[in-house]
Design a binder for this molecule. Structure first.
Ligand code: PEP
Length: 252
């Protein structure tokens, strides 16, 4: 039985004051979900330290939104996995479509980042997903398989043990139109089946989150699908009531 996981992706939003306000609002109600649903919040790197401090003693775990795939070195402006761990991060989002699409992040770079996360003890949240054009061309399976295989082929299946995948159709992110539960379930089941070809046991433990316009109104229906193990939530995670409702749906 996979416990559901809800991850807030704050993206490049927030300020020290706004983050504090948001966490003050969500921490007490979410405390009642301890032991029933796992919850994480991923702020911008600059806000990680204060977020970690604000989450101390709560059941919400801190994460980051990216890392650079080298242990350390001459790489101006970048942040390594070990730095994130040192600052208290437990999770890291990798290969988000905004990074793949706008910043040219490649499958190979995402695989390097995944390996670096694992080596440092971070739990990677590997984002995969197709664009609208790719879906319309019937390429969804090929695209997400390519994105997943780039990681498993580099790191081996053992590195997927306890890892998290987020299926985020690019056309659903920030659009207000999520995938239907059936569309999402079909891709989630396909991803799990692909992992199971390498190891059924490991595949059974990988949590596959759905991301893309998840909100308080649609979360329960998505969570009811057998292979949807939680959510990666963007816009709605910035609104306390929405995020509380989403986490509550995951825990019931
Ligand atoms: C995301 O970008 O990870 C995401 C899921 O965004 P939104 O919920 O705003 O669609």
């Amino acid at each position: 039985m996979r416990r559901k996981l809800v991850v807030a992706n704050w993206k490049m939003h927030g300020s020290r004051a706004r983050n504090r306000q948001l966490l003050d609002a969500v921490k007490p109600p979410l405390q009642s979900l301890a032991g029933r649903v796992d919850i994480a919040v991923c702020p911008a790197h600059l806000h990680l330290g204060e977020t970690v401090a604000a989450l101390a003693g709560s059941n919400i775990r801190p994460g980051a939104q990216n890392l650079y795939g080298l242990a350390e070195g001459a790489m101006t402006g970048e942040t390594s996995a070990s730095m994130l761990v040192d600052c208290g991060a437990e999770f890291v989002i990798l290969g988000h479509s905004e990074r793949r699409g706008h910043l040219g992040e490649t499958d190979a770079e995402v695989a390097d980042k995944f390996a670096a996360a694992r080596e440092s003890g971070l739990i990677p949240i590997l984002c995969v997903g197709e664009t609208r054009a790719e879906r319309d061309a019937g390429e969804t399976e090929a695209v997400v398989s390519r994105q997943l295989d780039a990681v498993t082929e580099k790191t081996g299946m053992e590195a997927m043990r306890g890892a998290v995948i987020a299926y985020e159709p690019v056309w659903a992110i920030g659009s207000g139109t999520p995938a239907t539960p059936e569309q999402a379930q079909a891709v989630h089941a396909m991803l799990r089946e692909r992992l199971a070809r390498r190891s059924e046991e490991i595949a059974g433990g990988v949590r596959i989150l759905y991301g893309g316009s998840m909100n308080a109104a649609n979360a329960a229906e998505l969570f009811a699908q057998p292979d949807i193990d939680g959510g990666l939530v963007g816009g709605a995670s910035l609104k306390a009531e929405e995020f509380i409702t989403i986490c509550t749906s995951a825990g019931s």
